[in-house]
Design a protein around this ligand. Sequence first.
Ligand SMILES: Nc1ncnc2c1ncn2[C@@H]1O[C@H](COP(=O)(O)OP(=O)(O)OP(=O)(O)O)[C@@H](O)[C@H]1O
Ligand SMILES: [Mg+2]
Length: 249
Amino acid sequence: MTQVLAFVSAKGGVGKSTVAANIATALVQRKKNVLLIDLDPQNSQRFHLGMDPEEIAGLAREGIEPGSIFDSPYGVSFIPFGRVSESELQEFESQLKLNPRWVAESIRSLGENMFDYVILDTPPGPSVFLQQALLAAHRALVILLADAASFATIEKIQDLVTQYTAQRTEFKGAHFLINQMPINSKLGHQVRNAMSAHYGEHLVPASIHRDARVAQALAYERPVLQYEPGCKASLDLQYVTDWLLNSTD
Ligand SMILES: Nc1ncnc2c1ncn2[C@@H]1O[C@H](COP(=O)(O)OP(=O)(O)OP(=O)(O)O)[C@@H](O)[C@H]1O
Ligand SMILES: [Mg+2]
């Protein structure tokens, strides 16, 4: 059965798109068929996957169907958000408001055999895109930083997740994943311990460390797993992918 994973956060810039692109790549390395859909009007996922920046096609214009799927250079099937004008964006958002299950239904229409995993990248905070993603997801990965500000936002994002998933028996739960964990930081570890005490098994058992190679990889428009497979962040991402496979397969 296709597993739909939504990458979400209350705060911006925590690393949703980076982690989503790399976990998608790591799943492909494990011979899974993976579709990544960029549900964020910033349309920036294409930089992580090395796609043509001039391309205007994507979700907003073509929707989710076989003809709108690009093959990325790293083996991840990909639907970018697409380049749209402000008025086209408003029109698209109004359509999504009218049918909150459009993404869920479109993914279902692809059929069960096309993809093992569909990964949804979302904008930060509440939005019609977050609503669509959570109504389609089997699991949510909440990306956090190990700092007090992120800790303070956990309840807000938990409320949103509950609001959109409460009635759905196919939703298996939210997992909290710490990204940009500073190496050897006492404060970072204290925050992680506090999160672990509060959220127990919902906290993913490994963090992704802060690593300069991640930002460098983005400058070269490729996943860090391809750019520097042996660096700390890449090893963390591989570990988290194995953990995810064990908990979803
Ligand atoms: N583990 C990491 N180590 C170092 N830098 C990182 C790490 N993860 C992400 N970054 C950097 O943080 C910045 C933000 O990452 P990204 O765009 O993935 O965040 P986002 O949550 O998707 O942002 P937005 O909320 O705007 O969609 C990028 O410059 C990225 O290279
Ligand atoms: Mg993003």
